[in-house]
Each structure stands twice: as structure tokens, then as C-alpha cells.
Design a protein around this ligand. Structure first.
Ligand code: GAP
Length: 516
């Protein structure tokens, strides 16, 4: 299936099965804002728990925080967001559509890469087993020509970004003959900077009101509380503070469903370390975070690091963890070595000391910070894209049928167990209810009695329920049920008495945490 079709199906599936809805849909929607439905919210909560427990539960020196969305406006001046949290924008004069100039150029680089991959795949098909990819890439004239164009463009792009050279960014778009996807024309405006923060007013009257911002990252709430936590928790450096919360950005290129939203949720951890040790900790957290992703077993090949060409104003090293989405490899998480920029800057703007007294060396210093920052919604999209599977089944009469199944890790699945009475009579519903009433304290169970068993299985497959049990007449005689496994569709008969422990063992989040 073409990746674009797959993505459209995913979006439709999320709506049909109660995972994600467009915000304000009955008013034709609000762009780049989404609501999570009955199964979406469960999956989202499970993702957050996996993240939280992996940091706060498993590390003695990482603690949690829940800071407010509204903060003193000077915080955003100190953090650099008022002056530098900008995107370079360009408008097409014919379609009147607005684009991020850097995204247009990145897409152009993707095109060169796609041309190279196409040549490689064609050659692989032609030469079969004997194909030597490295040799082909280093000798094929078409590959070499495209690689040269790609490298030259990349060098020029990085330089323009590092120099914040908006004129050069526009010139690259012109020289590469990049056209507007809507009008097809190359009639571009100048490139301008656009600040991404939302603002509102706090105060009762217009005279007394002051402008405040909706936070564009949760990290600043951690920075300004770091000494409160350190002192009240008697924390010793190195230590971390983890937080999950909403963030807001007035994204211009808000596309690809929940990949880029205007209101989204972040899971961020700031790890405070002695100056000079930050790059070691940066490597440590890069590996730890990659392990966290890979433990979900969606395939190691689907992840890669992408080291930043252009460092943000606060960083001395930065790397993204990228996942292979249906629309290509894209960032899911950022790991940033943020130096002492934020704490140093808050010290300067607030006039309050942000130093830590190190009892081992008897010295005061402003700690350095390594940050891990991941979007809950983007992680959600990653999981749904990786889990969505269409399987062609051949029925007994030889006809075929497609089974849509979300192969979610059991620990993250919204519903862990569905319980079906075979029929609506003979005491089977009552028996099924007793089982649900017993198990519902331990994990999320769902009772279903409508439609054939086959249809009920399909509905549960579509929401990723890993286990279904059926209560039949034999159950009333020997207290056994059939358990059906989502991925293999195999069934076995088990005693009702062992159900709780068997399923609990399989769906426990500890299974994931133990791999870290
Ligand atoms: N505190 C650092 C920071 O915010 P970032 O790279 O701008 O860094 C971190 O964002 C993560 O937040 C991203 O890797 C992504 O997962 C998520 N994220 C950022 N902007 C987003 C948006 N508009 N919609 C959804 N997720 C977003």
C-alpha cells in the first residue's frame, strides 16, 4: 500500500474507533487542534505512565513536577523565546499560501534522497543477492550526481540557518526552482521571521492587564523551580526533574494530523549536572532514550539518531530520535545539552542566585543541563502508525477478507481484555459479568454481547485489545473459557481461576520497564 494511502487510512481509523477527533468538528474544526476519544485517552495515559515510570520510578535521582502553564512574562524574555522563537516564513503570491522556508528546502533535500533510493532499489532488484550497495552508491553516475547536488544544497542550507540569513534562504528556494504545491508557481515573497508563542492578557481591566504567554515548552517551569525541588527534596547533583504537560505553539505549517499541533503535550526531563560533564551525560541519555523506544519492539531499523546541524541558541549538542513514519523518518524526541544558558539567564533576569552548593567540593556553581523532550501526541502517532496492520485472510470457502488490527504492545493497549458471552441467554451473560466484575480492578476490561463472536473479535482487533475470552456452555460446567490472542488469532481453553494472573503478567507495564 502506498504510504500516503496508509496515512489516510490511519487518520480515518483513529476517528472511526474513538482514538482522535478533530477539535470543534461540528463548527468545521479548529486547525491543528485535536481531541482524544475514549480509546485515545487510555492509550495516551499508558504512554505517559511508561515514560513517567521509566524515569521517576526507576531512577532514585529523578523526581516529578507539575508547574503552571502561565508564568511570569519575563521568563520568556530570559529563555530567549520572545526574541528568538521564530520560524522563517515565505508566502506564495499566487496561492496566498504560507510556508516555512526551511521546510520547503528540507523537502527538496528529501526529493534528492528519494531519487537516490529509487536508483538503489532498482539496482537491488536487478542484481539480486550479488548486489553491493556501497559499491553501487560510490560508482553509479546518477547516484553520484544527485548526491553531489544534495550535499551542496545541505551545506548552503546549514550556513544560511546558522547565519540567520533570510535573503539566502529565499535565494536557495529560487535557485532550486521550488514551486508552491498549490499554485505550482515560483512567485515568492521575502522570507520573514514569525514568533510562535501565543499570548493572552492577565488582569481584570484593560489598563491593568499584562501580556502573558501560553508556554511553548514545559522546560522553563522546571528551570525556575530547580532550586525549590533541590532544596526541599535534598537532591544532590546529578539529579533530574521530569514533567508532563501542555505546550502551545502557533505553528504555521500545521500538517500531518497530530504530528504538528498548536496545542500539544510534552514529556520533558531536565537533568542537572556539574559543568564539564554535560557531554558524557548527553551520550548517556541519548542511549537511554533510544532503549526506551526500542523496548516497544516496533523494529530497531525504524529508529535513527539525527544530530542537529544548527544548534538552538541554548545548546552545545543536540540530537533527535527519529522514527520511520508513513511520511518518512521524522523527529519524535529531542535530546539537548542546554549548557547553563537557561539557569544563567534566569539568574541574570531575576537577580536571584541559581547556584548549587556542591558539598563534595565545597564549591558553588550554576549546573549544566541535559534535556530529554518528547511530544506525547507525536509518540501516540508513532505507536499507532507502527501498530496499524492490514492482514489478508483466506476464509474456509476460499474467499478473502481484510483484518485491520492494531498490534499495540499489550502494556499500552487501551483495553486489555474483552469478555464475550457466546449467546445472550442460558446464564452466559451473567457468568461473563461476574468475570468482568472480578477482573476490572486489575486492568481495563470490556463486556460485549452484541453481534457474532467473529464481529466482536474484529472490533477488538481494531482497537488493539490483546486478549478476548468467550464464555460458552462448557464454562458453566467446568469453569473454563476460551482465550483468543489478537496477533496469532490462536485460541486455547483455560481455567477462569488462572485468568487474572495470566493476563496481569502479560499486560503489566513492568514488562517494558524491565527491558530498560
Ligand atoms: N524543551 C525543548 C523543546 O521543546 P522541541 O524540539 O521544540 O524541544 C520537543 O520539542 C518535542 O516536542 C519534539 O520532539 C516533538 O515530539 C514535540 N513537539 C514539538 N512541537 C510540537 C508540535 N507543534 N506538535 C506536536 N508535538 C510537538
Amino acid at each position: 500500500m502506498a504510504q500516503e494511502d496508509l496515512f489516510k487510512k490511519l487518520v480515518a481509523h483513529c476517528k472511526e474507533y474513538g482514538f482522535v477527533f478533530q477539535s470543534s468538528e461540528i463548527y468545521d474544526g479548529l486547525s491543528a487542534v485535536y481531541d482524544y476519544g475514549q480509546y485515545g485517552v487510555e492509550l495516551k495515559n499508558n504512554i505517559k505512565k511508561y515514560w513517567w515510570d521509566s524515569l521517576v520510578l526507576l531512577h532514585e535521582n529523578v523526581v516529578g513536577l507539575d508547574s503552571a502553564i502561565f508564568m511570569h512574562p519575563t521568563i520568556w524574555k530570559a529563555s530567549g523565546h520572545v526574541d528568538a522563537f521564530n520560524d522563517p516564513l515565505i508566502d506564495n503570491k499566487d496561492s496566498k499560501k504560507r510556508y516555512r522556508a526551511d521546510v520547503l528546502i528540507e523537502e527538496q533535500m528529501d526529493k534528492y534522497e528519494a531519487k537516490i533510493s529509487k536508483e538503489v532499489e532498482k539496482a537491488r532488484d536487478r542484481f539480486g543477492e550479488a548486489f553491493d550497495e556501497a559499491q553501487f552508491r560510490s560508482t553509479n553516475p546518477r547516484v553520484l550526481a544527485n548526491q553531489e547536488k544534495l550535499d551542496a544544497l545541505h551545506r548552503r542550507f546549514v550556513k544560511a540557518l546558522n547565519d540567520s540569513d533570510l535573503v539566502e534562504l529565499r535565494q536557495i528556494i529560487v535557485d532550486e526552482e521550488i514551486a508552491c504545491p498549490v499554485s505550482g508557481s515560483r512567485n515568492w515573497t521575502e522570507v520573514r521571521q514569525f514568533n510562535l508563542m501565543f499570548s493572552t492578557e492577565m488582569g481584570a481591566t484593560s489598563e491593568s492587564a499584562s501580556k502573558i504567554y501560553l508556554r511553548p515548552e514545559t522546560a522553563q517551569g522546571i528551570f525556575v523551580n530547580y532550586l525549590n525541588v533541590q532544596k526541599s527534596g535534598r537532591m544532590k547533583i546529578p539529579f533530574g526533574i521530569a514533567q508532563i504537560g501542555k505546550a502551545f505553539r502557533n505553528e504555521i505549517v500545521a500538517r500531518q494530523f497530530i504530528f504538528r499541533m498548536r496545542e500539544f503535550e510534552q514529556m520533558e526531563m531536565q537533568f542537572f549536572v556539574p559543568p564539564g560533564t554535560e557531554l558524557e551525560w548527553f551520550e548517556y541519555w541519548k542511549e537511554a532514550r533510544m532503549k526506551w523506544h526500542r523496548a516497544l519492539e516496533f523494529g530497531d531499523d525504524n529508529y535513527r539518531f539525527h544530530d542537529h546541524d544548527k544548534l538552538a541558541h541554548y545548546a552545545n549538542a543536540a540530537s533527535d530520535i527519529e522514527f520511520r513514519f508513513p511520511f518518512g523518518f521524522k523527529e519524535v524526541e529531542g535530546i539537548h545539552s542546554r549548557t547553563d544558558f537557561d539557569l544563567g539567564s534566569h539568574q541574570e533576569y531575576s537577580g536571584k542566585k541559581m547556584q548549587y552548593f556542591d558539598p563534595d567540593t565545597n564549591k558553588n556553581y550554576v549546573p549544566y543541563v541535559v534535556e530529554t523532550s518528547i511530544g506525547v501526541d507525536r509518540m501516540f502517532l508513532q505507536i499507532i502508525s507502527a501498530a496499524y496492520t492490514e492482514e489478508l485472510l483466506t476464509k474456509e470457502d476460499g474467499s478473502t477478507d481484510t483484518r485491520v488490527v492494531l498490534k499495540l504492545p499489550p502494556a499500552l493497549a487501551p483495553v486489555k481484555l474483552a469478555v464475550f458471552p457466546l449467546t445472550k441467554k442460558d446464564g452466559l451473560p451473567e457468568k461473563a459479568r461476574t468475570i468482568v466484575d472480578d477482573l476490572k480492578f486489575d486492568f481495563n476490561c470490556q463486556y460485549e454481547e452484541k453481534d457474532s463472536i467473529g464481529k466482536r473479535y474484529r472490533r477488538q482487533d481494531a482497537i488493539g485489545t490483546p486478549y478476548c475470552i468467550t464464555i460458552d456452555h462448557q464454562t458453566l460446567q467446568d469453569d473454563t473459557v476460551t482465550i483468543r490472542y489478537r496477533d496469532t488469532m490462536e485460541q486455547e481453553r483455560v481455567k477462569v481461576g488462572v485468568l487474572k494472573q495470566t493476563i496481569k503478567d502479560k499486560v503489566d507495564i513492568t514488562n517494558l520497564l524491565k527491558q530498560l
